[in-house]
Design a protein around this ligand. Structure first.
Ligand code: NAP
Length: 349
């Protein structure tokens, strides 16, 4: 198979570096362009990126010249890990010029004709693409993945909502430092500490799942009618967001039913055997000391959400703890799976 040529916008950042790493030996995609700000353009990738991943910079990328984020190179698709202060305009520009943009940034997520996508949760939302292409009068379009905390949460909510109808949830997150990019939180603020505020995070976690669990009717997403209350904290962990969740259902399930529904959950990526799809998108552990970021974030190459501590609650119907690798399933891995779904569904032909 001839590989599809792709570029990476924001290639030098925390998410951009993950794209570079995860796409190194991808069977369908070949990185031909790495883009970043004017600070980096003109330098080789190895000079521009402050590489923070434990594997080496892929040799094909290390000496590539970093480009500015202009839609002037021969790729069909671009992955975006751009800072949100610039992502909106740059991504629009690429889509309007005919590129397919698969983005991590928040800017376009809640636009009416932009799919906010998790392939296991709402693949049918790709129906919005046609409307977006019409608006742009371009073959290009933008598809987004959710906020890193939302990805783990929505993947767990989906099978539970389908089986037992969720009425409301309260979620408390413990979010890793890499979620703030690099250099992110200063070491004196992070070390020996928990910061009980992450700007804009709670709003995203309270609204994005409603779109993800929503249904497409007449070209519009009707949001799911559940209520979410989020409390987001930054903790001194390198990678991996933990979330403690309390749930109230319309049809109260037994704990054994919840374990069964979560363990058996599969979606379109598993059916199509997409290259980045984990065999089980949700891994349930019955070890009461798990999940833990250090031990569990890399399960299935960081693409599975790990759920544990499923138990009774005195204030809700049930509580559980989940873990999601924030820069893999919560960001670059999520976007790559989105692009694989686009290919499998014929959007890249
Ligand atoms: P980051 O480490 O700060 O990287 C930001 C990237 O944007 C860098 O490549 C930077 O290039 C580029 N950039 C900044 N200003 C630019 C400009 N004026 N023109 C062109 N490029 C510019 O941030 P990050 O953590 O990777 O996050 C990237 C995006 O993904 C954000 O929108 C974030 O909210 C989202 N996200 C992050 C995570 C996570 O876990 N980190 C998870 C989900 C979503 P230079 O190196 O040249 O400055």
């Amino acid at each position: 198979m001839v590989k599809i040529k792709v570029g990476i916008l924001g290639s030098t950042g925390a998410v951009g570096q993950r794209f570079v790493q995860l796409l190194e030996n991808h069977p369908w995609f070949e990185v031909i362009a790495v883009c970043a700000s004017e600070r980096s353009s003109g330098k080789t990738y190895k000079e521009a990126a402050n590489w923070k991943i434990s594997s080496k910079i892929p040799s094909k990328i290390a000496n590539l010249k970093v480009r500015s984020c202009e839609p002037n190179f021969g790729a069909q698709l671009v992955f975006s890990g751009l800072d949100s202060s610039v992502a909106g305009e740059i991504e629009d520009n690429f889509a309007n010029q005919g590129y397919i943009v698969v983005s991590n940034s928040k800017n376009h997520r809640m636009e009416k004709d932009v799919p906010l996508l998790i392939p296991e949760v709402n693949p049918d939302h790709l129906a919005l693409i046609k409307l977006q292409q019409k608006r742009r009068q371009s073959k290009g379009f933008i598809v987004t993945n959710p906020n890193c905390t939302t990805v783990g949460l929505a993947m767990v909510l989906k099978p539970l909502h389908d089986a037992f109808t969720i009425k409301s949830i309260a979620v408390t997150s413990m979010q890793a430092l890499s979620g703030a990019g690099y250099p992110g939180v200063s070491s004196l603020d992070a070390l020996d500490n928990v910061i009980p505020f992450i700007g804009g995070e709670e709003e995203k976690v309270e609204t994005e799942p409603l779109k993800l669990l929503g249904t497409v009717k007449n070209g519009q997403v009707i949001f799911a009618p559940l209520k979410i209350s989020a409390s987001c904290n930054r903790v001194s962990v390198r990678d991996g967001h933990m979330e403690s969740v309390e749930l109230i259902f319309s049809k109260k399930p037994e704990i054994s039913q919840v374990i069964k529904v979560l363990s058996q959950f599969k979606g379109v990526p598993q059916k199509f055997e997409l290259p980045s799809a984990p065999p089980a998108p949700i891994v349930v552990t019955e070890d009461e000391t798990r999940p833990q970021p250090v031990l569990d974030r890399d399960i299935e190459n960081g693409m599975s959400v790990v759920v544990g501590r499923i138990r009774k609650s005195n204030v809700s119907d049930l509580k559980l703890t989940l873990l999601v690798h924030n820069t893999i399933r919560g960001a670059a891995g999520a976007a790559i799976l989105n692009a694989e779904l686009l290919q499998a569904k014929g959007f890249l032909n």
